[in-house]
Design a binder for this molecule. Structure first.
Ligand code: TXE
Length: 522
C-alpha cells in the first residue's frame, strides 16, 4: 500500500508526518474525513495513538539540537520564505483540500491559504532579528547579558474552522523563534495540515522540526497538552476545552496561549454609513457560515434605525447564495461538521421556543449537505441563551439600544471579550467607545480584517495571550540571563552585598575584601 499523501483515486489517503517522513500510525488505524457538502467520506487519515504522539515529540526534541539549531535566524528565515513560495505555488491544491475537508467556500479558502504565505513571510523577516541585550550592571566585576532562546517543543492544537490559517498563526512565529512543533489537527479536518506537510518537507526543513499527528480521539489533544516534554501549547478552540488544556499544561508548568470562543457585538449607530454597516455585519456572521471565533453574532442597533437596519439585513440574508463551496458564485457553504449543524439547530429552536422572532432562516436547509440557512433573530433579551452563547453558525441576534451608555453596557455584558465592531461616522464617539469596549480587537467601520502584524486574542474567557504582531514571537522565546565575572577575583561566599554604593566600594577594595554582587539568597 502506498504511503504518505496519496491523492489519486476516489478516497485520498493521508499519513502522519513525523521526523521528516510520512508514515502510517503504529497500529495501522485509520479514520475517514467527511466532506460536509457531499456528506460522503472523501479521505482516509492516519489515526495516531498516544505512542505515535510520543515518537513525534521525541523527534521534535531531537530536532531542537540538530541542523535546525545551526541554521541560525537567517537560515530559518530562508526556509520559511521557501515554504511560503511553495504555499503560493500550490495555493489551489491546498485550498481545494480545505474545501473538501471543512466546506469552506473556495474563494475564502484561497484567500486564507494566501494569508498562510503572508504570515510565513512576515515572521521569516523577524527570524534574524532576535536579540538579547547587554545589561548595564552597576558592578564592574560583572559582564551581564541576556539571550533569547527558543522555548522548545511547541504543541499546536487546532480547530476545524480554519485549519491552515490558524496553524500559520502558531507555526510562523514558532519557526522564526527556532522552536520545533507537533501539530494535532482537528479530528474533523486533518487533511489540509497533512497536505501542507508535503511542502514543509519539500522546502527542506530538517527532520523533526514540523510533525503532524492526526487522530480521531480527543484524547490525543489531551495527551499533547499534558505532555511533559512539550514546553508550550498554542491552542485555538472552545473555551471549555481551552480550560482543560490550560489545566493539563499547568501540571508540568507548560506555557499556554489560548484563543477561544466569543460572542462579539457589532454596534451600529444611526450616524453610520448603513450600507457599509450591513455589509460588515454580513461579513462578520454569514461569511464562513458564521464559523469564526470573532463572529459578530450580536448586533446592537440604535433604536431610530433598528427596523430599517433589520429589513436590510434580512434582505441580504435572503439574497445569500448557499451551495457548492467549489462554485465561485457561492456565498455560504455548508457547516463543517454534522455535530456543529445540530448544535446550531438546537440553539435556534430553543430561542424560538423562548419567544424570539426568527425573521428569516432558522432551520437546516432542505438541500443536501450540512447547510443552515442564514438567520436573523429579534425580540431577544440580554439574558437569552442565543445572546450569551457562541452559536458558531450563520445566526445573528439583533437588539435595539437607546444611548451610547446602554450600547456599552450591553456590549460588555458577556463572559467573552474577543472582538467588537463599531459603526459610526462620529470620530469622538468612536474613540470614546473604543476606550470602553472590553475586547481584544475593535474594528471601527470595518470587520473581519487580519494581518500578521496586528495582535489578535481575547480578554476575559476569550483567551490568554495574543497571536500575531511583533510581540507574538516572544511567546516562543525564553530569556536567559548570563552573568560573567570578569574580575578574576574570588568572593566571600557568605557575604551578601545589597547596595550599589556598597558594590562600587567593593570594586575598589576587591583585593582586600572580595565581596561582589547583590547575591541571591535562593
Ligand atoms: O472544539 P474543541 P469543537 C467552538 C464552537 C464549537 C465548539 C465545539 O462554539 O461549537 O467550540 O467545537 C482538541 N485537550 N469553537 O468540539 O473541543 C480537538 O480534538 C486538548 C471555537 O471542535 O475546542 C480539536 O483539535 N485538546 C473555536 C481542538 O481541541 C482537545 C474553533 C478543538 O476542539 C481536548 C472551533 C482536550 N481535552 C470551535 N479535547 C475558535 N475559537 O475559533 C479536544 N481537543
Amino acid at each position: 500500500m502506498a504511503r504518505g499523501v496519496v491523492e489519486a483515486g476516489s478516497l485520498k489517503r493521508y499519513d502522519l508526518y513525523v521526523d521528516g517522513t510520512f508514515q502510517p500510525p503504529s497500529q495501522n488505524a485509520r479514520f475517514e474525513s467527511v466532506n460536509p457538502y457531499t456528506e460522503e467520506p472523501w479521505a482516509t487519515v492516519a489515526d495516531a495513538s498516544v505512542e505515535d504522539l510520543d515518537v513525534a515529540v521525541d523527534a521534535a526534541l531531537r530536532a531542537l539540537e540538530g541542523d535546525w539549531l545551526t541554521l541560525g535566524g537567517a537560515g530559518r528565515g530562508k526556509l520559511m520564505h521557501r515554504l511560503a513560495d511553495l504555499v503560493e505555488q500550490n495555493l489551489a491544491h491546498l485550498a481545494a483540500i480545505e474545501t473538501s475537508d471543512n466546506g469552506k467556500v473556495r474563494r475564502d479558502a484561497e484567500a486564507q491559504v494566501a494569508l498562510v504565505a503572508k504570515w510565513l513571510r512576515y515572521f521569516a523577516g523577524l527570524a534574524d532579528k532576535i536579540e538579547g541585550r547587554v545589561v548595564s550592571e552597576p558592578q564592574a566585576e560583572y559582564f551581564v547579558y541576556t539571550r533569547r532562546e527558543p522555548v522548545g517543543v511547541v504543541g499546536a492544537i487546532l480547530p476545524w474552522n480554519a485549519p491552515l490559517l490558524l496553524l500559520a498563526f502558531k507555526l510562523a512565529p514558532a519557526l522564526a523563534a527556532g522552536c520545533t512543533m507537533v501539530v494535532k489537527p482537528s479530528e474533523f479536518t486533518p487533511a489540509s495540515v497533512l497536505a501542507f506537510a508535503q511542502y514543509v518537507h519539500k522546502a527542506g526543513f530538517p527532520a523533526g522540526v514540523f510533525n503532524v499527528v492526526s487522530g480521531s480521539s480527543r484524547e490525543l489533544g489531551a495527551a499533547l497538552a499534558a505532555h511533559p516534554r512539550v514546553s508550550r501549547i498554542a491552542f485555538t478552540g472552545s473555551t471549555q476545552t481551552g480550560i482543560s488544556v490550560s489545566k493539563a499544561a499547568s501540571d508540568h508548568v507548560g506555557r499556554v496561549t489560548l484563543e477561544l470562543g466569543g460572542k462579539s457585538p457589532q454596534i451600529v449607530f444611526a450616524d453610520a454609513d448603513l450600507e457599509a454597516a450591513v455589509n460588515g455585519v454580513v461579513a462578520g456572521v454569514f461569511a464562513a457560515s458564521g464559523q469564526m471565533c470573532h463572529a459578530g453574532s450580536r448586533v446592537l442597533v440604535e433604536q431610530s434605525i433598528h427596523d430599517a437596519f433589520v429589513d436590510a439585513l434580512v434582505r441580504r440574508a435572503r439574497e445569500a447564495r448557499l451551495g457548492d463551496p467549489t462554485d465561485p458564485l457561492t456565498d455560504i457553504g455548508p457547516i463543517s461538521t454534522e455535530p456543529q449543524l445540530r448544535k446550531i439547530e438546537e440553539l435556534v429552536s430553543a430561542s424560538a421556543r423562548s419567544g424570539a422572532k426568527i425573521l428569516c432562516g432558522g432551520k437546516v436547509s432542505p438541500r443536501s449537505g450540512y447547510f443552515f440557512e442564514p438567520t436573523v433573530i429579534t425580540n431577544v433579551q440580554q439574558h437569552a441563551q442565543i445572546v450569551r452563547e457562541e452559536v458558531f453558525g450563520p445566526v445573528v441576534a439583533v437588539m435595539p439600544f437607546d444611548r451610547e451608555d446602554d450600547a456599552i453596557e450591553m456590549a460588555n455584558d458577556t463572559p467573552y471579550g474577543l472582538a467588537a465592531g463599531l459603526w459610526t461616522s462620529n470620530l469622538n464617539r468612536a474613540h470614546r467607545m473604543v476606550d470602553r469596549i472590553k475586547a481584544g480587537t475593535v474594528w471601527v467601520n470595518c470587520y473581519r480584517v487580519a494581518s500578521p502584524a496586528v495582535p489578535f486574542g481575547g480578554m476575559k474567557t476569550s483567551g490568554v495571550g495574543r497571536e500575531n504582531g511583533l510581540d507574538a514571537i516572544n511567546d516562543y522565546l525564553e530569556t536567559k540571563s548570563v552573568w560573567m565575572d570578569v574580575s578574576g577575583g574570588k568572593r566571600d561566599p557568605y557575604r551578601i552585598s545589597s547596595s550599589s554604593s556598597e558594590s562600587s566600594e567593593s570594586t575598589t577594595t576587591r583585593e582586600s575584601n572580595p565581596s561582589r554582587g547583590d547575591h541571591l539568597d535562593e
